[in-house]
Design a protein around this ligand. Structure first.
Ligand code: ADP
Ligand code: MG
Length: 394
């Protein structure tokens, strides 16, 4: 267990807080502020305890240069609205300079400031000096609450922990609790649902989950790599050529371990990757050469929803089909609906799966929706996350 902000005295201290304010932007406006609202509990707690709060985050990939389109100024404005108090924005292309140091030094307990995008500095993603030291000079305590970047060792994540007492914020605490409990002490049956497009990325996750779950369900684009490994033709479906062999090995492994590994039995196929394309349902061994699998079919939906209804813990990563197109959203919607109806502990990891659950209106029916796509995947893979392991133990 890692120490949290509640385990230390922050009153009157300068507290550096790494958040994940990497919000989607369009024409200078924030299109979804969930990452900002997710950070509020920690910020509000620190303010109420009388800490001088210095916030840090990255946004997008400015690649180590100050690029105005990646400025955190809009985040400072939104935060000010949400907190109902001014968030001082330290607008410096170097992120830390003499002015910023002065502002930080003058910051009083209960006040909040936000630094400019830490990825304006090339050192950030290399976890290199002098940037880490410059950041460290601003504060006395480090709080990491950026789950979305916890799988990266950067200056503002793992780097700062070498300089000062370091603890987690409430968001990281919550993520670790829900993802960790699901993996380490799940109520059974424990079912994992894996889907989405990136099979290669997800094979290590499947491998780790096989050791933990009772049933592993495969859906989405990765199904076709498994079909291929089973010897079926998949037409124009998405395929990860390099992962065919591994998919075959995973099936064997599951059998040896006595874990139920379910591959879709049928598939909604289309002529083109287009919502309006001609479509039809085929059994998994009968996909025509001129068509591509876009969603799990109705038989698969029935089978999967039945398994989900009996589960006590479900972890879901990756949509069951091309849910962005209404014609191919049914499988994903049905799974999300089954999760919403179930009384199991339901944990959603992965950016697109979270978006799907949100889109279908089931978000408030889930036990936990992870805010970190890549980080939650690495967590499920069983990897140590450097932004978390660097924090003090209780
Ligand atoms: P997550 O972000 O939840 O981890 P991924 O990024 O791995 O999920 O995959 C999400 C994407 O997978 C979605 O954009 C979806 O359209 C796509 N996808 C799902 N099924 C298929 C399929 N059969 N063919 C092509 N793409 C698919
Ligand atoms: Mg994704």
């Amino acid at each position: 267990m890692k120490k949290t902000v509640k385990d230390i005295n922050v009153a009157g201290k300068k507290v550096l807080v790494r958040c994940d304010f990497n919000v989607p932007m369009k024409d200078g406006d924030i299109t979804d502020d969930i990452r900002i609202t997710s950070a509020l509990p920690t910020i509000k707690y620190l303010v109420s305890e009388g800490a001088a709060v210095i916030l840090m985050s990255h946004m997008g990939r400015p690649k180590g240069e100050p690029k105005p389109e990646y400025s955190l100024k809009p985040v400072a404005d939104r935060l000010s609205e949400l907190l109902g108090t001014e968030v001082i924005f330290a607008a410096s292309p170097q992120v830390v300079d003499d002015n910023v140091k002065k502002t930080a030094a003058a910051l009083e307990g209960g006040q909040v400031m936000l630094l400019e995008n830490v990825r304006y500095r090339a050192e950030e993603t290399k976890n290199d000096e002098p940037f880490t030291g410059e950041l460290a000079s601003l504060g006395e305590i480090f709080v990491n609450d950026a789950f979305g970047t916890a799988h990266r060792a950067h200056c503002s994540t793992a780097g700062l922990a070498k300089y000062m007492p370091s603890v987690s914020g409430f968001l990281i605490e919550k993520e670790v609790k829900f993802l960790g409990d699901a993996l380490e002490s799940p109520e059974r049956p424990f079912v994992a649902i894996m889907g989405g497009a990136k099979v290669g990325d997800k094979i290590p996750v499947i491998e780790n989950l096989l050791k933990k779950v009772d049933t592993l369900i495969i859906g989405g684009g990765m199904s076709y790599t498994f079909f291929k490994a089973m010897g079926y033709e998949i037409g124009k479906s998405i395929l990860d050529e390099e992962s065919i062999e591994l998919a075959g090995e995973l099936m064997k492994k599951a059998e040896q371990m006595g874990v139920e590994l379910l591959i879709p039995v049928d598939s909604v196929c289309a002529k083109e990757f287009d919502n309006n394309s001609e479509k039809a349902v085929f059994d998994r061994d009968k996909i025509p050469a001129d068509m591509m699998g876009m969603d799990i079919g109705p038989e698969t939906v029935k089978l999967y929803c039945d398994i989900i209804s009996k589960a006590k813990t479900v972890v879901w990563n990756g949509p069951a089909g091309v849910f962005e197109m209404p014609s191919f959203a049914e499988g994903t919607r049905a799974i999300a609906g089954a999760l919403a109806e179930s009384d199991a502990v339901t944990v959603i990891g992965g950016g697109d799966s979270a978006a799907a659950v949100e889109q279908f209106g089931f978000a408030d029916k889930m036990t936990h929706i992870s805010t970190g796509g890549g980080a939650s995947l690495e967590f499920l893979e069983g990897k140590e996350l450097p932004g978390i392991s660097c924090l003090e133990d209780k």
